[in-house]
Every structure is written in structure tokens, then in C-alpha cells.
Write a protein that binds this ligand. Sequence first.
Ligand SMILES: NC(=O)c1ccc[n+]([C@@H]2O[C@H](COP(=O)([O-])OP(=O)(O)OC[C@H]3O[C@@H](n4cnc5c(N)ncnc54)[C@H](OP(=O)(O)O)[C@@H]3O)[C@@H](O)[C@H]2O)c1
Length: 315
Amino acid sequence: MSFWNDKRVLVTGGAGFLGKHLVENLISNGASADALVIPRSNETDLRTWDGCVSAVKDVDIVIHLAVTGGGIDFNRRHPAETFYDNAVMGIQLMEAARREGVDKFVMAGTICSYPKHTPVPFREEDLWNGYPEETNAPYGLAKKMLLVQGQAYRAQYGFNSIHLLLVNMYGPGDDFDLKDSHVVPALIRKFVEAKESGVDEVEVWGTGKASREFLYVADAAEGIRLAAEKYDGSEPVNLGAGMEITVKDLAEAIAEVVGFEGRLSWDATKPDGQPRRLLDVSRAKDEFGFEARTQLKDGLARTMEYFVANRGTIS
Ligand SMILES: NC(=O)c1ccc[n+]([C@@H]2O[C@H](COP(=O)([O-])OP(=O)(O)OC[C@H]3O[C@@H](n4cnc5c(N)ncnc54)[C@H](OP(=O)(O)O)[C@@H]3O)[C@@H](O)[C@H]2O)c1
């Protein structure tokens, strides 16, 4: 019998980028589609107490993915909503879940909760050693408070809340809207469009020197499922791929996958964000046997194929 087949599971944000992959993963691992609760924001606003109470009704497990967020530009333009929405959604949802007697609460946290100058690779023990990179701080700190809440609820109520620190994800279904998107979808779109229109130069944000780690979205979904099944600890766990690449090398890799042969010009007036990012992923392997499987080049190719195939529906 599968862990999932007798459970009613709330997946907040279940219609989002990661959420769709997670729902697919849960169903292929025994969850019943009828027992998955996926609230949409236009019907159930999780920023309201009533929305949270109705969402957790008769639920066994909560996997909280719903978020107000986006790339670096979105975070710069919306710091207040990013802080308020993410804090208030998570705090109320966890309290409603506790009152409802939910068995387990799985929180999708973020690498943006780490201090700006964390030694590389980021270890969970270093999470509290400084303030996050400024543009990410309202997002990273709002989510980090939910780690504190989960630990306090475990200590006082015996509530089983776990907190996963997710690295940047990419893959099919990502947001390709240039206003709000992350670096991978933004560059795929720019290169595909430049190639089609015969433009021979593409502008890329920042200096290219910052480094990042990328986790293929279906791998992230697998990691969340394994953690939900097997991890019941109060300490946060990094969920990443354990690889590091500079933005310059990433841009060149994407250009190659797309077949864009023009020049890249670096707009150094735009922020680089956090200087380096690379997670120590040993705790996830030790605690619940998670290791990312998808190589960056393969994942980029699948993401580009998704963009090209779905352009008609992408704004
Ligand atoms: N993407 C990344 O690279 C990344 C990196 C680290 C961590 N994470 C974390 O992973 C999780 C999933 O991210 P994602 O990129 O998949 O997000 P996403 O595609 O933007 O999806 C967010 C979802 O949240 C729901 N939502 C937003 N506000 C809501 C509200 N007020 N009430 C109810 N639902 C609401 C939306 O529902 P509707 O569609 O119905 O509006 C949407 O489906 C987030 O917690 C994020 O912080 C993501």
C-alpha cells in the first residue's frame, strides 16, 4: 500500500509551476486525484483566516507551496506584498492546520532565507548567521519565520512541521513573462526570440559573475514527496542539486541549447543579487534519500522545448 493512497492532501499552490509537477508525482506514487485539495487564489484566498480554515478541512497532510514571488525584478518592485502575503498566508495556514488536527505540514521554504555571505556550500547550520541579500530579504525572511513557527509548534504542541529550503528551480511550466521571470526562462525566451528575428545581440542582467544552483522542477517535486513521506525532523533541510554555475556560463549554456550564435552584452547597472549560491545537499540524502537526477543541459533542453511548444499560450 502506498503512503499516499489513504490520505487527503492539501497542496497550496498546486496549480503553480512546482505544484503541477508535485501533483503529477503524488498521483504517480499512489495519491488519489480526488483526495488532493488544490485551492485556487480566486476562490480561496489563503491570506485570509477563513480561506485557510476552509482549505485545511478534513486534510491529513498540508504541502504549502502557495507564494507571492518572482524573479529579482519582481522582488524589487513588490517587497511589501512579498513580505506580507507570504508571512500571513503561512502563519495562518499552519495555525489552521494545527487546530484542524492535520498530521503533517510540509513547508516549501527558500534558499533566499540564507545570509547574503553564507560560506559555500550553504549548510543548514549557517542559516542564522547573517541578514539575507537585500532584494530577497522580505521574501526570505517571511518564509524563515515559518521555520520558527514550525519549530515552536513542534515544541509546544507536538505538531509535525518540516521545512525545506529550495534552491532556484527551472523546467517545463516555468513563468516566461519577462517582467516577473527567473533567469533561466528569461534567457530562454530572449535567445529564442533573438534567433527568430535575426537579432545578433542579447542583453543579460548583471555582470555574469554571480553563481547559482538550479534544480530541475520534477526533481524538486520528487524531493518534496520523499521528505513528506520520510522526514519528521525540526531542522530545516536543503533541497538542491548540489551544483554551481556562474550566470555567464549559464547564459552560454542556454545560448548553445537554443542555437543562438550572437553576442551577449552584460548590463552591469542591473543587480547581480546574492554573489554565490550552492547548497550542501547531504542532509536530504541522509534523511530521506533524495538526490537530484537531471543534468542541467537535459533540463534546459526540455524547458526550451516546452517554451517553443507552448508559445501561443504564454504572454
Ligand atoms: N520557483 C523557484 O525557483 C523557487 C525557488 C525556491 C523556492 N520556491 C518555492 O516553491 C514554491 C512554489 O513556487 P512556484 O514557482 O511553483 O510558484 P508559482 O508558480 O508562482 O505558483 C504559486 C501558486 O500560489 C498560489 N497562490 C498565490 N497567492 C495565493 C493566495 N493568496 N491564495 C491561494 N493561493 C495563492 C497561486 O494560485 P493561483 O494559480 O490559483 O493564483 C499559484 O498557483 C513557493 O513556495 C516558492 O517560494 C520556488
